[in-house]
Design a protein around this ligand. Structure first.
Ligand code: AQP
Length: 328
């Protein structure tokens, strides 16, 4: 069986982008593969987080994994910070990372742009992410398009480690959806939809109420003209909305174009809102059940036990290869 590993940061409310770009593939991969899905809280603190919000969002993300369809008896669901090997391998890989390659990461450039106090953790984020993946000898990493560059760096670091210290780490492959790998912001289709965007109207949260979803979609930016056509170059806003429609209903872009021919944006947006509401309804109701049952704590406990076992074996191999004196 191939190993699959991925994570999501509890850095805000999960969005439709997180779901379409990443989580949906977690669900699809769980039956054929040995899967590890984690809430990457150590990553979330690379930008300032309020303790109470971090705690709440962490539990919310874990519960959303289950609500979205990840079966905890099939896949291990855990908190990154519950498996201390992540921080330790993260440090080891930081020492193998080059300043130049970290400086080239677009996520670092985007998140540090215009800030005068930039946390060092934000800079070494990709080294920790490499540790997350390499600890599990992951073969496949389901992520959205924005994480492709970090995954490339992970592959470079694994290759560098193996070259310097002997074959130790498995080189992972990205697993990126062919469509929906980059859902854009509702207020600006040149930026990806992001849970940490301070403008809540820019994203649809998986737990937004039906009324909020309707409001956000009716206010979503559209392009000049009135034809519903997929043309990302010239009509980026409407093309993004069409992608969301296609992802929520399973219809093709061409079917959507034909269905709204001559009707303008208004009718399309109205149906889009209902399609999103319908797609999220089952997730939201399952989420409410899981949160009220309190079952998530046991799920996280079991997941961490399974994860630790694999992570510790890899970490020992790595430390041994690097020449650390074994503790007796
Ligand atoms: N807009 C998106 N479209 C498709 N996939 C997306 N992902 C994120 N945004 C989109 C994918 O979701 C997974 C979890 O992402 P993350 O929490 O690790 O951080 P991120 O990639 O930086 O996502 P956000 O929502 O933009 O979070 P913040 O705002 O905190 O940085 C990843 O697989 C990602 O590709």
């Amino acid at each position: 069986k191939q190993r699959v590993l991925s994570g999501i940061q509890p850095s805000g409310k999960l969005t439709l982008g997180n779901y379409i770009g990443a989580m949906r593939n977690f669900v699809a991969l769980q039956h054929e593969h040995e899967c590890f899905f984690m809430v990457v809280d150590l990553h979330a603190i690379t930008v300032p987080q309020e303790p109470a919000a971090l705690r709440e969002q962490s539990e919310a993300v874990a519960a959303l994994f289950v609500a979205a369809g990840i079966d905890p008896s099939q896949a291990s669901i855990f908190m990154q910070s519950h498996v201390t090997q992540h921080a330790e391998l993260g440090w080891l890989l930081t020492t193998l990372s080059y300043m130049g390659e970290l400086e080239r990461m677009t996520q670092f450039k985007d998140k540090s742009a215009g800030k005068d106090a930039i946390g060092a953790g934000l800079f070494v984020y990709p080294s920790l992410m490499a540790a997350d993946i390499l600890l599990y000898d992951a073969n496949l990493v389901p992520v959205g398009d924005d994480q492709k560059q970090h995954l490339e760096l992970t592959r470079d670091l694994a290759g560098r480690f193996n070259h310097r210290f002997g074959e130790t780490l498995t080189i992972p492959e990205p697993y990126i959806p062919k469509v929906g790998a980059r859902i854009m912001s509702l207020d600006d289709a040149s930026k990806k939809m992001s849970k940490s965007n301070p403008n809540v109207g820019s994203y649809i949260a998986l737990l937004d109420s039906p009324d909020d979803i309707r409001k956000k979609i009716s206010r979503a930016k559209t392009d000049l003209g009135r034809e519903v056509e997929y043309d990302p170059q010239n009509k980026p806003e409407i093309s993004n909305l069409m992608s969301i429609f296609a992802q929520c209903t399973g219809q093709s872009l061409e079917d959507i174009r034909q269905a709204y021919e001559g009707q303008g944006y208004g009718a399309f947006k109205k149906d889009l809102a209902e399609a999103v509401v319908a797609a999220l309804e089952p997730i939201q109701s399952k989420y409410a059940d899981i949160r009220s049952s309190g079952a998530i704590h046991d799920i996280l406990k079991d997941g961490a036990v399974r994860a630790r076992e694999v992570a510790e074996a890899t970490l020992s191999r790595v430390k041994d290869a690097m020449g650390f004196l074994p503790a007796r």
